[in-house]
Ligand binder design. Structure first.
Ligand code: SER
Length: 610
């Protein structure tokens, strides 16, 4: 069974049980300043898990490409990846445990024909706030799962929220206890290094988690307690890569059809086999280049900021690993050989049936830039008299030199690096970046700040005002909002004159002072198109869409050329929200900058007028 078959079977299974298939969200979420990447299928659905009505109803299913930057350091074993496709089904206050667990069991054992004896499940053991999940336990038993295949764990393993266990959840975030299913690779011997006894959550590699049913029924409160949500939700997520491994009984996901062509291409490029000590580095290269490919395809360029920085690290880390494996790292100028990457990237694109040379181009250019940095780093190393752990960490941070490389270079120079000190610096940094990324998630979609919401509505006014002034060829190409400013990218061929900027700003402020009402509608896709709502029509939309209209009965003009105006809306856009109810809430705004981003794309920044 191919991974395509698994994907299709899953969608079909849940569609036939009343679910609507929804399109995947982009890897880089739009209009959500709280997070860098879409890291799970539930993330774009938070407003609906909180009670907002979803245009497609209460039962949804999808396949969501996801990226988890925080897992970068975990990659290298048989199962961790930063990029994966997540199969997901949701109940938005509809069915619950009694339906979900038997369905997922049926899907695994009947549709995928997984051997029941190799499946294990875990259940939440309870804590002082949330009771033990006796209901799931009884359901698993009724499905014929033996007690010795059912394990109990606490909040560290059987609780899911975007921020992890309840203690880490910021106020406003939602989550709940979960019940996971694991596949046992009986061909793998337990390694006692990981503990005396093996169990589903053991790290030895004998068990692989293949599905997680989260019962999202709690929200964290300001006072730190958990409150039950008005609706009980199901959020199931199963990694396609892991399911593919289980179905083919291949304990190493990097040897499944979704990765083997990539590791083969890496082995070929370097002239080494995928075995022994090489496997970990080859897995890192395969994972990072696949993730980089999908980020590039989603429009992320390598840079020193945010998503671009993560992409840069992925490419640089794979470059270092490639060089390290082929023994060419410490040879100056040896890094310029970006051609080696071409067959690897081709292998990735072929797996997903994509044809483009953009990925090769972006990665090739980044490797070229990195070669210069690396040469510089090597010169720095030569100058250093005494290296301590902190300096080794600086080299790691600045030039991407893995510790082992620095150590090796100094061994050659007769110096010894203090590994403990390096590790201490590394841990300090990891804690800092974890705090930073938790900060990125603070509030999540569950808690859009007031100013961000105002800017979001201002974005719709800006979009329409630009079209009024510059013409209908203007289309949104991206947007990013923080509590300081809104940034808006759009298609337009030339620089915007000062006069045009003034006109756009004036229109926006006029619409704001007019106090136009903001309407939310759920419409059939066809109807939304007929109304001339602005949407990105190269994207896949579900059959029902969410539309925001600014200013119903704005200037009802039956003669207007544009259907939108005839319907009496100033602005009409495909959007998931949230928005203010009335434009007067936004307060006056000011355009502070207009610039080019790339050929044919301009960028405007807007602040609140103080
Ligand atoms: N939200 C859960 C996860 O990401 C299940 O979809 O694992």
């Amino acid at each position: 069974m191919s991974s395509k078959d698994i994907r299709e079977k899953y969608i079909k299974f849940f569609v036939s049980r009343g679910h609507k298939q929804i399109p995947a969200a982009k890897l880089v979420p739009e209009n959500d300043p709280t997070t860098l990447f879409t890291s799970s299928g539930m993330q774009p659905l938070v407003p609906y898990l909180l009670g907002q009505k979803h245009p497609e109803g209460k039962r949804l299913v999808d396949c969501q490409p996801s990226f988890r930057a925080e897992d970068i350091e975990e990659v290298g074993d048989n199962r961790h990846t930063t990029f994966f496709e997540m199969l997901g089904n949701w109940s938005l206050g509809d069915y619950f445990k009694v339906e979900q667990l038997p369905w997922i069991w049926e899907f695994f054992t009947k549709e995928l024909s997984l051997d029941k004896d190799k499946l294990y499940v875990s259940v939440f053991e309870g804590n002082n706030e949330v009771p033990k999940d006796e209901e799931s336990l009884e359901i698993w038993r009724s499905l014929g799962v033996d007690d010795d295949h059912i394990f109990f764990y606490g909040v560290d393993k059987n609780w899911w929220s975007c921020s992890g266990s309840p203690n880490n959840m910021p106020a406003g975030e939602i989550g709940g206890p979960d019940s996971e299913v694991f596949y046992e690779f009986t061909q793998i011997e337990h390694d006692k290094i990981y503990g005396d006894k093996c169990h589903p959550n053991c790290e030895c590699g004998r068990f692989l988690e293949i599905g997680n049913s989260v019962f999202i029924e709690y929200q964290k409160q300001q006072d730190g307690s958990l409150k039950e949500l008005p609706q009980k939700n199901v959020d199931f997520g199963g990694g396609l890569e892991r399911l593919t491994a289980a179905v083919s009984n291949t304990h190493d996901i990097f040897q499944t059809v979704l990765y083997k062509p990539i590791t083969d291409a890496i082995a070929q490029a370097i002239g080494l086999k995928y075995e022994g000590d090489n496997t970990s580095s080859m897995r890192i290269i395969a994972d990072h280049l696949k993730a980089a490919t999908f980020l590039i395809l989603d429009g992320v360029p390598p840079s020193n900021k945010l998503q671009g920085y993560v992409l840069r690290r992925l490419i640089r880390r794979s470059t270092i690993k490639m060089r390290q494996l082929s023994g060419k790292l410490i040879r100056r100028k040896a890094l310029l050989i970006s051609d080696e990457f071409t067959p690897i990237i081709q292998a990735i694109l072929t797996i997903y049936g994509k044809q483009t040379n953009i990925v090769e181009k972006v990665i090739g250019e980044e490797i070229g830039r990195f070669a210069k940095t690396l040469d510089h780093g090597l010169k720095e190393i030569e100058k250093i008299e005494n290296i301590d752990g902190k300096k080794a960490f600086d080299l790691y941070q600045t030039f991407g030199f893995p510790y082992e490389i620095t150590e090796e270079l100094f061994r050659q120079k007769g110096q010894k690096v203090n590994k403990e000190q390096f590790k201490a610096e590394f841990e300090k940094h990891k804690t800092l970046s974890r705090t930073a990324s938790a900060g990125m998630f603070k509030g999540g979609l569950a808690d859009h700040g007031e100013i961000v919401t105002k800017f979001h509505t201002a974005t719709h006014l800006l979009h329409q005002a630009l079209r009024d002034v510059l013409g209908p060829q203007v289309f949104q190409k991206g947007s990013n909002i923080t509590s300081e400013r809104l940034r808006f990218d759009f298609s337009f061929e030339r620089k915007i004159t000062e006069e045009e900027i003034k006109q756009v700003e004036d229109i926006m402020n006029k619409r704001i002072t007019e106090g136009l009402k903001v309407d939310h509608m759920t419409l059939d896709l066809q109807k939304a198109k007929e109304m001339n709502a602005i949407g990105l029509f190269h994207e896949k939309y579900a059959s029902k869409v969410s539309i925001y209209g600014v200013g119903p009965n704005f200037q009802l003009d039956p003669q207007a050329k544009d259907k939108r105006e005839r319907d009496g809306y100033y602005s009409l856009e495909f959007c998931g929200g949230p928005h203010v109810d009335n434009t007067s809430i936004i307060g006056k705004v000011k355009i502070i900058k207009e610039e080019a981003v790339s050929s044919g794309i301009r960028r405007i920044r807007v602040k609140r007028a103080s």
